[in-house]
Each structure stands twice: as structure tokens, then as C-alpha cells.
Design a protein. Structure first.
Length: 204
């Protein structure tokens, strides 16, 4: 997992309440277990009409095609549990989602995949949403180390984050990476267990 320290990029506005995981990545794109190639399905039903033709959607506008940050409405990521949702965002290039609130499972899955979900009060979201409406000029910097967001005019918004999750993002550690950090202790335990209870490691 890539480390997350400081992210500077265009912020795209998505002022929609209750964006669920089926809106983020519809069910027909869940057949793969690969984390790549999902960007084409991201927000598919909002980007394409029933006849397959593209409609006007924020992430397809020239100013936002390389957006790295998404400023969204409350309760983002609600609905069914699907890890493909953060995978699709990440495959598109989104590494930070800022919203008033998130569904718990989606929120947790973001951290596990290197995406920083930031919860902010409604008034701060309104400021950032206004910044994001500026198109290509909506360049925002997210500083995880100092826990602050700097807008295009130099204004700063502070945010809170769980210290453990912050450290995992800074070091680029997912669940497997965290486990591997304890590999020496695991090896010692397995060695001691093998000596004390050799029958547990016997094979037929």
C-alpha cells in the first residue's frame, strides 16, 4: 500500500447525500478480484445513460479528470459492503474523500486501501465544496502529518483522525503489512509451540 503523507491535487465536488456503494461501483463490476480496471465502472450509472452514452458528470469534465480529492455529501459509502468501492476510487486516482459523515464499513475499508476519509463539520464541508466548484483552480493540499487541509486561497481547515490509523497511512501499512511487522514475534511463538506441542505440526 502506498504511503500517504501530503496530497496536493484538484478536488472534485459531489454534493449528493447518501451516495451508496452501488452508486460508487455497480454490481456488474464486482466479478473481478483485481484492484485495477475498476475506474471505468466508478459512478457508472451517473456517468452513462441507459443507451451507453456519456452524460455530464463531474469526474468526466476536463477540469476534474485528474482529481485526487472528492468533497462529498453526508453518509458517503452507505449501502452494501463492497471493498470494490474504495478500489474503484483509488483506480481512478482518488486518494482522499472528505464528507460530513461516512458509513462505517466504507470508512474502515478506505484506510485498509490507502484512502484517507476525512470527517468535517457541515460548515467546513461548505467551504471546501465552494473551493471544489472552481474546476481546475480547485487545488487543495491535504497534510496528514499536521492534520490540516489548505484551500486554493490559503485557508486552512484542521481535521481529526485516529492516531493508529494515521500511522498506518503514513507508513503505508494495510492489515497484512501490520501483521508482517510482528513476523519475528510470530516466528518465535511458532518455534516455541512446535517444541512444546510437536504433534500440532505433524503431517500425515
Amino acid at each position: 500500500m502506498d504511503k500517504f503523507t501530503t496530497l496536493t491535487g484538484v478536488a472534485a465536488p459531489l454534493p449528493i447525500v447518501n451516495v451508496d456503494t452501488d452508486m460508487i461501483i455497480p454490481k456488474q463490476f464486482l466479478k473481478t478480484i483485481k484492484r485495477t480496471g475498476l475506474k471505468d465502472g466508478l459512478f457508472y450509472e451517473m456517468r452513462y445513460a441507459a443507451d451507453g452514452k456519456k452524460v455530464d458528470f463531474v469526474l468526466d469534465r476536463p477540469a476534474y479528470q485528474n482529481a485526487k480529492i472528492l468533497v462529498a455529501g453526508p453518509n458517503f459509502g452507505c449501502g452494501s459492503s463492497r471493498e470494490h468501492a474504495p478500489w474503484a476510487l483509488l483506480d481512478f486516482g482518488i486518494r482522499c474523500v472528505i464528507a460530513e459523515s461516512f458509513a462505517d464499513i466504507f470508512y474502515n475499508n478506505c484506510f485498509k486501501n490507502g484512502i484517507l476519509p476525512i470527517k468535517l463539520p457541515k460548515e467546513d464541508i461548505a467551504k471546501l465544496m465552494d473551493d471544489a466548484e472552481r474546476g481546475a483552480n480547485a487545488v487543495v493540499t491535504v497534510d496528514l502529518v499536521n492534520q490540516e487541509i489548505k484551500g486554493p486561497d490559503g485557508g486552512t481547515v484542521k481535521f481529526d483522525i485516529d492516531p493508529f490509523r494515521k500511522q498506518c497511512l503514513l507508513e503505508g501499512l494495510d492489515d497484512i503489512g501490520q501483521t508482517l511487522q510482528a513476523s519475528s514475534a510470530i516466528d518465535s511463538f511458532e518455534g516455541a509451540q512446535k517444541s512444546a506441542q510437536p504433534w500440532l505440526s505433524m503431517t500425515r
